[in-house]
Design a protein around this ligand. Structure first.
Ligand SMILES: Nc1ncnc2c1ncn2[C@@H]1O[C@H](COP(=O)(O)OP(=O)(O)O)[C@@H](O)[C@H]1O
Ligand SMILES: [Mg+2]
Length: 237
């Protein structure tokens, strides 16, 4: 689904991403772990076209997109849940969900399946985004990213500041999206690329894992090997 080859990224003179390569396959949750400041968010922003890369390639289903705009990448099938959620506080829940349809023809309805995934959103449809709890905002941010039916869902620390019961719900949703997709929204299993610092959540979901340090991938493998490889210690603060 997503293949990233040898990307390098700089903020001014600071070399942030150093030769990062990764693959995220449909039907799998691929987890990127790493301590604060190692470049996880910069990696995701580079994938979304929100920051320019200096070299390397990014391909979605075999088509290179590294020069595409963020809008074009969303249109090509990537949904993005940014760190900190970036909900529009003054817009209603419904209006926030419509923002996720920006790449669709005008008048495209919000898929009702999103409310089955996150029932609380239906109850809160006319509330303002800013009036929701952190956990509800996170669910809204995920639903917004799903609205256009992406084939790849990219999430930046969705558990940050969220209460445990909602973290469980989000975990179940991500597993289901990878296993089966969401009928009526995405056809077939999705690829999920998850940046996470909450180790237990990451280990439970990971089909594949990568660990970053100072802008480089320093470890990777199947999720089932995270324990024996001591990944928890690698990312412990
Ligand atoms: N807009 C920016 N301008 C300059 N440096 C930045 C910017 N954003 C992040 N950085 C730096 O890039 C590095 C990686 O940051 P980031 O990708 O946010 O890490 P992470 O998400 O892993 O915590 C850090 O050293 C951070 O200070
Ligand atoms: Mg970050």
């Amino acid at each position: 689904m997503l293949s990233v080859h040898n990307i390098h990224q700089y903020y001014g003179g600071s070399h942030i991403l150093r030769d990062v390569s990764l693959t995220a396959r449909a039907g799998e949750v691929t987890v990127v772990l790493g301590r604060n400041g190692v470049g996880k968010t910069t990696l995701l922003k580079s994938l979304m076209g929100l920051v320019p890369i200096k070299s390397g390639s990014i391909a979605l289903e075999g088509r290179e997109i590294q020069r595409a705009t963020p809008y074009q990448r969303a249109h090509a099938g990537i949904g993005f849940v940014p760190q900190g959620r970036e909900i529009f506080a003054r817009l209603t829940v419904e209006e926030n969900l419509r923002m996720g349809l920006a790449t669709k023809p005008g008048g495209t309805p919000v898929p009702p399946q999103l409310y089955e995934l996150f029932p609380v959103l239906r109850q809160m449809l006319h509330r303002r985004g800013g009036d929701l709890s952190g956990g509800q905002q996170q669910q809204l941010a995920i639903a917004r990213a799903l609205a256009a039916g992406p084939r790849l869902l990219v999430l930046d620390e969705p558990t940050e500041g969220i209460q445990p019961n909602i973290i469980k719900d989000i975990g179940r949703v991500l597993r289901r999206l990878a296993d089966t997709g969401l009928e009526g929204v995405s056809t077939g299993p999705m690829a999920v690329l998850l940046v996470e610092q909450y180790y237990d959540f990451a280990e439970e979901l990971a089909d594949q894992y990568l660990v970053m340090e100072r802008g480089e991938v320093v470890a990777r493998g199947p999720g089932s090997e995270m324990r024996e490889k001591g990944v928890r210690q690698l990312v412990a603060i």
